[in-house]
Structures are given as C-alpha cells and as structure tokens.
Ligand binder design. Structure first.
Ligand code: ADP
Ligand code: 5GP
Length: 194
C-alpha cells in the first residue's frame, strides 16, 4: 500500500544533554497543552523523580531489542551506553489526528527521522558556550561523572552537526528562548500572552 501523507506537524528537537531541552519543552507544553510530546523508551535507569510511562518507558535491554526486531520504533539509537527509541504507534496516531507532535531525541535519531519524515521540522538547541553546557549538566546533579563525560564527548559531535538542521536556537536566557522556540515550531505567542 502506498504511504499516505500524515496531517499534523512533526517537530524534532535535538541538542546536547544538559542544554535545556527538557526545560524548554516543559515550558512550551504549559503554554500549549495540545502539543503532544512523544514518550521515548530507554534502557537507562530512571533518575530520581522520573516516572515510568511519563518521562520514559523504562525497558530491559532484551525487551528493547525485541521491540526493535518487531519494528515498533520510528527511530532508535545508542547514546552514552544506553538505547533510546521513539514508539511508532502513538506518533503516527497523533499525526493522523492532525495534532502537532514533538520528538526530543539525539542526533542519530534525528537523522533517521529526516529519512522517514522529510517534511519534519528539525531544530538544534545550542548552549551559549561549551563551558555553560558543562556547568548546566553538572548543576543538574543527576548524572555520575562517567555519564557526564560521555555526554560532553557526544555534545561536541552534536554541535558540529548544526548545518543539518532547519533552525538553531541558542538557549541563553530561558524566557527569551521559550518565546523563540514557540515561534520556530509555528505555535506563535499564546493567546493569554503568558
Ligand atoms: P536537557 O533536557 O537538554 O538534558 P535540562 O532541561 O535537564 O537539559 O537542563 C539542564 C540544566 O540546565 C537544568 O538544571 C536546567 O534547570 C538548566 N537550564 C535550562 N535552561 C537554562 C537556561 N536558559 N539558563 C540557565 N540554566 C538553564
Ligand atoms: P537522557 O538520558 O539525558 O534523558 O537522554 C540522553 C539523550 O537521549 C538526549 O539527547 C535525548 O534527547 C535522547 N533521547 C531521548 N529519547 C530518545 C529517543 O526516543 N530516541 C533517540 N534517538 N534519542 C532519544
């Protein structure tokens, strides 16, 4: 059967760990509750405060691999020693209903989505400087030293891929970045202007 174009807009947000993607997306969702954020699956252990099914679906590696074999991920990739993937079904269902969908994924996943959804809007979030990125990732206080080191190594690769993206947003001042993000993903200012 020929694939039919899916209504609804797909936006991919990528950027180094600690740049503020989660913070920005949470702010955006507060302002636009209709915006649907895909919940990824991962083999990494939950951080303090993370809820299964809400922040991530936490899976064992065999279970994750079984789902890969069954074609249940839209994209998936290894990052800092763990596997991460976007469950296919919910994304396709939301797009088919014409709802805006957001994926917050790393570089390899973004590249896969570029192949499967060439019309997706791809946005790279950058820190004001590498030193500030390191300060944020350490300040967050959720990762062990080895995990921080792997994330910072990967950050250099992700930032070098800037030219692949449709737009780049520097997350310096948080409030200004939220407004710019809102504009870039095509949601415009919220009616309440809040
Ligand atoms: P990511 O989801 O990209 O890994 P987080 O959203 O967890 O990053 O943010 C990492 C840390 O940086 C958090 O402690 C967050 O509060 C902080 N942060 C996010 N945006 C800014 C900003 N614009 N200025 C200063 N700190 C920020
Ligand atoms: P963290 O462990 O800090 O939550 O996430 C590490 C990295 O994995 C981040 O860059 C995040 O964007 C990315 N990530 C989260 N979910 C997915 C996913 O479903 N697919 C891919 N490819 N990357 C993901």
């Amino acid at each position: 059967m020929a694939p039919s174009p899916l209504p609804g807009r797909l936006t991919v947000i990528t950027g180094p760990s600690g740049v503020g993607k989660g913070t920005l997306v949470a702010r955006l969702q507060q302002r636009h509750p209709a915006l649907w954020l895909s919940v990824s699956a991962t083999t990494r252990a939950p951080r303090a405060g993370e809820i299964d099914g809400q922040h991530y679906v936490f899976l064992s590696r065999p279970e994750f691999e079984r789902r890969v074999a069954e074609g249940r991920f839209l994209e998936w990739a290894a990052f800092a020693g763990h596997l991460y993937g976007t469950p296919r079904g919910p994304v396709e269902a939301h797009l088919a209903q014409g709802q805006p969908v957001l994926l917050e994924i790393e570089l390899e996943g973004a590249r896969q989505v570029r192949q499967t959804f060439p019309s997706a809007f791809q946005l790279l979030i950058k820190p004001p400087s590498f030193a500030e990125l390191e300060r944020r990732i350490r300040g967050r206080g959720t990762d062990a030293e080895e995990a921080i080191r792997r994330r910072l190594d990967r950050a250099r690769v992700e930032l070098e891929a800037e030219a692949e993206f449709d737009a780049v947003l520097v997350n310096a001042d948080l409030e200004a970045a939220v407004v710019e993000l809102e504009r870039l993903v095509g949601l415009g200012p919220s009616p309440a202007g809040s």
